[in-house]
Design a protein around this ligand. Structure first.
Ligand SMILES: C[S@@+](CC[C@H](N)C(=O)[O-])C[C@H]1O[C@@H](n2cnc3c(N)ncnc32)[C@H](O)[C@@H]1O
Length: 280
């Protein structure tokens, strides 16, 4: 007997994240086995954040390229326009780095906490023509990790470590499929706002909580909760399907321009895409 029409129509959208979750669980288990039987270092599992980055890096190494052929909304067009001194948050293995126009960029800093993704990132940055303009930083977006790394790289001068930038230093900050996984997102996004120069641009392509009260979908919103209970954040490197990123961005500070649009808003993984300009 064929499934009812509503189920047949919704199946691909509702179950696609399920396939990704199964793939993530597979890579999580493989990483666990590598640590125990190849590295013979089960104690390292106590450094769970490091382990999680490694497991996610394995998943991304196998699946990142396929998942980067298409991006929601006008993401690729916005990347082409990126210029000046740029901070790219969580660039992964650099699947998207070739979408920037390297001739417009003075210097680019990629804040990527998964060390296993760095070789791929640097290789793709070279292929994209960045030469020594690309700086891969081994850190996360959260201020307590990012600020010391920027300090060490020489671009940020602060007194001591763990401080905040007094005035912005970046012309552009790119957040592409990454804010879903940063710890304490409100504070982290505020920290990024502080690093942006007045008049600077923040480029956003992020998946968020389904806007079911407006143009979204109740079914998709329920499935977000179901996948979360099934362990999505645990197996997907801390990624949250239910994050209110749009609100966190709006509240981060004063914006001259705040233009974000939903893409695939009926989906379990709906995106907000657009650009924000910091008030002068
Ligand atoms: C889904 S991938 C996206 C990679 C890239 N931005 C893209 O769109 O192709 C998420 C990336 O964020 C990184 N990440 C995880 N936690 C992070 C954090 N706290 N700060 C910055 N990046 C993080 C992951 O290691 C991974 O490379």
């Amino acid at each position: 007997m064929p499934p009812p029409a509503w189920l047949a129509n919704n199946m691909p959208t509702l179950l696609r994240p399920g396939l990704l979750l199964v793939t993530a669980i597979y890579h999580f288990i493989m990483t666990l086995l590598e640590v125990i039987f190849i590295d013979r270092n089960p104690k390292s599992l106590f450094a769970f954040t490091k382990f999680r980055h490694r497991a996610f890096a394995r998943l991304w190494t196998y699946n990142g390229a396929a998942m980067s052929l298409q991006m929601a909304g006008s993401c690729f067009e916005m990347m082409q326009k990126t210029s000046g001194i740029v901070l790219d948050i969580g660039p992964g293995s650099g699947e998207l780095v070739g979408r920037f126009d390297s001739s417009k960029i003075t210097a680019i800093y990629g804040a990527e906490p998964a060390v296993d993704l760095h070789p791929g990132l640097l290789e793709k940055a070279q292929k994209a023509g960045f030469g020594d303009k690309y700086h891969a930083l081994l850190c996360g977006a959260e201020p307590e990790s990012l600020i010391p790394a920027l300090h060490k790289s020489g671009i940020l001068t602060v007194s001591g470590t763990g401080g905040t930038a007094e005035s912005g230093i970046f012309d552009e900050i790119c957040c592409l499929r990454v804010l879903c996984g940063v710890p304490h997102p409100k504070e982290t996004i505020k920290g990024l706002y502080a690093l942006l120069k007045p008049g600077g641009r923040m480029l956003i392509c992020e998946h968020v909580v389904n806007p079911w009260r407006e143009e979204g979908s109740v079914k998709a919103r329920i499935m977000q909760a179901v996948f979360t209970v099934l362990g999505w954040p645990f197996f997907m490197g801390g990624c949250s399907l239910q994050r209110h990123t749009l609100e966190f961005l709006r509240e981060a500070g004063e914006w001259e321009k705040f233009e974000l649009e939903y893409a695939v808003e009926k989906d379990v993984v709906p995106f907000v895409v657009g650009e924000l300009i910091k008030k002068l």
